[in-house]
Design a protein around this ligand. Structure first.
Ligand code: CDT
Length: 307
C-alpha cells in the first residue's frame, strides 16, 4: 500500500479587492482543517479573484495580479505552515517571469516545502479580445501565453504526480501524455463559470456534469487518481461552479464537495490502486496502436473527408 491522504481544498469566492494576505489566511485555515493530510491541493489562480473576466490595457493593472517569485513574502506563511505540518501542497497562481512572460501556473511542493514541480497551463480557453456578444468575458488568451513546459510528471512522496489547470481537464491528451509517463495522481484546479457565456441555457447542472465527466474518464482511461479542485461561489456577481472531487483509478468519485465555500474534501488514496488498470486494459505498451494516431499530433482543426 502507498496511501497518500489527500485534501482537496475547495475555495469559495475571492472578491477583486480581497488581499492576497487574507486569501493566504484562508488557505492556512484549510490546511489546519485538513489535519492528517499528506497533500493539500488548492484551485487554479488561488491567490486572487478570477481576473481574466476583466479587461484593462494598462500593463501595471495587468501585472498586479501576477507573482514575480514563489514563494514570496505573501505566501511564505503558507509554506511555513505546510512545512510545520509535514504536508505537501499544490496551488495555482499567475506567474510573471523575469523575462516578462505571463503564465497560468501551478506548483507542487514536497512535504518540507521545496517546490518539486511546476506546470504552466497549456489549453487556454476564452478569447484574446473583448467580445461584447458574451454575457461575461473570459480573457485568458489575452492575459497568458500557452504553457511551455508540456505535461511533466514528478516523483515525490513515493509516487508519480502531474498537474493540469482547469480547461486542460477537458482534453484527453492532457491525461494521456502524463499517463504515458506512468502518472499515478493528477492534481487539477479550476475556475469554471456556472453559465456558458455564449449559451445561457447551459447552466451549473450541465457544467458540473461535464466537469465530473472529464475528470472521471481521464482517471479511468489512464488508471490514475485525479484530484479536481474548484474555486467557486459568486465573485463580483459572477457565479463559479463548485463540485470539487477525488476520482479513483476506476473513474469512480470517492469524495465530493457539498458546499460552494471553503471546504476540505479528504480521502486516503492508495497509489497501488493504479497498478491493476495499468497492467491490464490500459497497459499502453501492449495495446496502443500509435500507427493510427498520427492525426492527434499532426492536426489541430477538423479535416472533413472529401464530399
Ligand atoms: N479557467 C478555465 O479554464 N475555465 C474554463 C471555462 C471555459 S469557458 C471559456 C473551463 O474549461 O472550465
Amino acid at each position: 500500500m502507498r496511501v497518500i491522504n489527500v485534501a482537496a481544498a475547495q475555495m469559495g469566492a475571492i472578491q477583486p479587492d480581497e488581499s492576497r494576505e487574507a486569501v493566504v489566511e484562508r488557505m492556512v485555515k484549510l490546511m489546519r482543517d485538513a489535519d492528517g493530510a499528506d497533500l493539500i491541493v488548492y484551485p487554479e489562480l488561488t491567490l486572487t479573484t478570477f481576473f481574466p473576466r476583466y479587461f484593462t490595457d494598462q500593463q501595471a493593472e495587468i501585472d498586479k495580479w501576477f507573482e514575480t517569485s514563489m514563494p514570496n513574502t505573501v505566501t511564505e506563511p503558507l509554506f511555513a505552515e505546510a512545512r510545520a505540518r509535514n504536508m505537501a501542497m499544490s496551488f495555482g497562481y499567475a506567474e510573471l517571469t523575469p523575462e516578462g512572460r505571463h503564465f497560468n501556473t501551478a506548483i507542487l511542493t514536497d512535504k518540507v516545502g521545496n517546490i518539486v514541480g511546476k506546470y504552466r497551463k497549456v489549453h487556454l480557453p476564452g478569447h484574446a479580445e473583448v467580445d461584447d456578444e458574451r454575457t461575461h468575458q473570459h480573457l485568458e488568451k489575452y492575459y497568458f501565453e500557452p504553457g511551455d513546459l508540456g505535461f511533466p510528471v514528478f516523483r515525490t512522496m513515493g509516487g508519480i504526480f502531474g498537474m493540469a489547470i482547469c480547461n486542460d481537464r477537458r482534453w484527453p491528451e492532457t491525461y494521456r501524455v502524463m499517463g504515458l509517463q506512468g502518472v499515478e495522481m493528477v492534481l487539477i484546479g479550476y475556475n469554471t463559470p456556472s453559465v456558458n457565456s455564449q449559451r445561457g441555457a447551459e447552466g451549473p447542472k450541465k457544467r458540473l456534469f461535464h466537469s465530473s465527466l472529464v475528470v472521471q474518464s481521464g482517471a479511468y482511461q489512464n488508471s490514475t487518481w485525479v484530484v479536481s479542485v474548484a474555486k467557486c461561489g459568486v465573485e463580483d456577481g459572477h457565479p463559479l461552479i463548485a463540485g470539487s472531487l477525488i476520482a479513483n483509478p476506476d473513474g469512480e468519485v470517492v469524495a465530493v464537495a457539498v458546499t460552494e465555500e471553503d471546504e476540505i474534501v479528504q480521502y486516503p488514496c492508495d497509489l497501488d490502486d493504479t497498478v491493476f488498470g495499468k497492467q491490464t486494459v490500459f497497459d499502453f505498451k501492449r495495446h496502443r496502436r500509435t500507427e493510427h494516431y498520427g492525426r492527434i499530433v499532426s492536426q489541430t482543426g477538423v479535416e472533413l473527408p472529401p464530399e
